[in-house]
Write a protein of this length. Sequence first.
Length: 463
Amino acid sequence: MYYISTRGNVGQIGFIDAFLMGLADDGGLLVPGDIPIISEAVLKSWENLSFQELMLEIFSYYTNGEIPEEDLKAMVYASYGRFRAPEVTPVRRLKDGLHLLELFHGPTFAFKDIALQLMGELYSYVAQKQNRKIHILGATSGDTGASAIEGVKGKEGIKICILHPHQKVSKVQELQMTTVQEDNVLNLSVHGNFDDCQRIIKELFADIDYKTSRHLAAINSINFVRILAQTVYYFYAYFQVRKGAEYRTVDFSVPTGNFGDIFAGYLAKRMGLPVGKLILATNENNILERFVKEGVYRPGTFQSTYSPSMDIQVASNFERYLYYVLDEDAQAVASLMNQFKHEGGITIGEETLRRVQRDFAAHGVEGEECLATIRKYKDETGYLLDPHSACGVAAAERCEGASDICVSLATAHPAKFDEAIRLCGIEQEFPEQIAKLFDRPQRQTIVDGTKEAIVEELNRFYA
């Protein structure tokens, strides 16, 4: 297995080099040279594996043997040792034909923990084995930052800086990042929105001299290892809902803003998992819904919503999907991304759109529908959905699937978004780990949303 860029100007590189490169040096995204195809016989042999065992099996197709088996096993079991559910990602039946994949049992109560706890272990491993500095730089719409910080705080040889949009994340999300007091952590609260933070991050990673001199490493979903780790729970969920039954397709409904989580599902499907429709749930920032329905990818006007982790207009993982739907034509991808950069949008042809619609359905869940879904399921089932998970469930209800079962991804614990829960007239009890955050001092630096202001802070921190 080797890795290449979606834009075609990065030679074949190995797993660890791909992990460390993050964003490809030509500005594209790294993808496997060939996606491994898992046979039905192998799938059946995986049916009863634990989450950790399944992750080791899937990673074995991608790591090239660059990490000794026992070392990778130790990292995997360390990563999920602090999860509150022994299954790591349990599946709950919500009603006939609809299940929830609970992804919020990690230390920061969000799905980002699944990948980022492992990536923290892996960064620490590489730093020690190669005796190198690793300076992690990332942007967050709320959950990535806390998970990434939790994964590497206090670890020798690693510093982490996270940018988040000032006053545009939930209070709990902010506290999870800014109450961490370790000296290897810097939080920059940036005037602007998440797209501004993400754009600056990409510009810094595209500056190869700066990236190299500052030992930058990526924690966002531009890093393929994060996508790969998230692919595991699609397999795990499938085995839970089809265990002992005929191998038929399962639909997945995925709340998404950056296209990373749903691309992990697409990767699982390409690997041979019997996935029917991938239902893309967005909010008012619905650029991805419009792409699936009309073939037009063009940012609109940014809106703050009840589901702030999806308040994203420019989806950084979209380019990976574009690469595959264009038959792995790197030149075509590079041309379209250049067009997007200069013209602010792209449009695909009718045949390509039909291919998109064979894989995806989409629904933009606006504010009142999101809150109504929270109220409905609390009243009818007693289950409390967070606003992002509610978008996933609402989209599952509204979109026509291809299977008799849909698994909707529950991406965060409702305690992280109490602002929306209270608007539903619901009072919830916070888990102890979250309740304690409100008594801790915060540490963050508020900066202008300019590249120059952020570079000044980075140079001081990474010196």
